[in-house]
Design a protein around this ligand. Sequence first.
Ligand code: UDP
Length: 254
Amino acid sequence: MARRRQLYEGKAKILFEGPEPGTLVQYFKDDATAGNGAKKGIITGKGVLNNRISEHLMMRLHDIGIPTHFIRRLNMREQLIREVEIIPLEVVVRNVAAGSLAKRLGIPEGTRLPRTIIEYYYKNDSLNDPMVSEEHITAFDWASVHDLDDMVALTMRTNDFLTGLFVGIGITLVDFKLEFGRLWEGDEMRIVLADEISPDNCRLWDAKTSEKLDKDRFRRDLGRVEEAYQEVAWRLGILPEATNSDMKGPEVMQ
Ligand code: UDP
């Protein structure tokens, strides 16, 4: 495919102009960051795996009627997506205590929460993505009350569906982060799921051993980072030729 105009480069992805108006190409890099860019590294093959994992999960969500920005995967590292107006919020869903919630509230990691908790963070690198409430979101007009209702409904459905999907492959969905965008079709606006869903923005623990199969392996220097991403892809059935012995990864199939 001919080179396109680059519109935006983030920490893990690049957005290019798409082939048609209203479309973009999302390119997945191997770059990894943690602590808002304080720790940087490369996870070899991560971009290829996240492209496949996110494609798979977005398609399954589409199958149950959850609207997403995903159109189709183009190649190993790129997918075609709809251009949306990104809502500047990170919506974090938690089923089990981990990460910043465990630290902030002094709850041991791994404690199952009494019910699913949704948190919002304002997307702003220079402010370190501060946690905000619905009050802040509507007062500063980052999203309307109606937008928030839609986002919460989509978030809960996504959590229910993905929790079940991961249980089926022996993985606990501990927590994850979603982003949403406004998709305009004429005068009509719909809130759709955007960004990506991958081990970069989910905590995924082996259901039996609680072994971490996500970016915490990079954040916490646990080693075997590439292997963890491959393991998730393999369990999702995306790497059909996998030998899976000792979490050693196969080549990614196109
Ligand atoms: N998360 C993310 N991007 C961020 C912050 C968090 O994708 O900028 C995801 C993270 O992977 C985890 C969930 O959101 O699955 C909750 O993260 P937490 O608030 O515990 O923050 P962390 O411990 O990662 O700093």
